[in-house]
Write a protein that binds this ligand. Sequence first.
Ligand SMILES: [Zn+2]
Length: 115
Amino acid sequence: MFYIHCPYCGEHREEEEFHPKGEAHLIRPADPENCSDEEWGDYLFFRDNPRGIHHEMWVHAVGCRKFFNITRNTVTYEILETYKMGEQPTFTAEHPEGRPSAEADQASLREGVRA
Ligand SMILES: [Zn+2]
């Protein structure tokens, strides 16, 4: 048994209250009618499976029922952070020790809301 921090409820709850929903930060093609079959197929079916830091979408199914993201190390299973939808992760593959806050804020502004 381990505990996951829900960023909406603001508390650690038992893992059984949550369900994983796959890779986070997928970007839907802006114009599905005019994208190639390969682009649409990539969006629908293909997911990254990295060794190390990975961003995943989870849902607090038995709690607030809200979706949020988790940054998890797939080697150690350590959860590095949880954050609300639309927010950017502090820990990334490029910055495994955490991004400087100013840089993270700038990236968040550039990239806008991604879910
Ligand atoms: Zn919750």
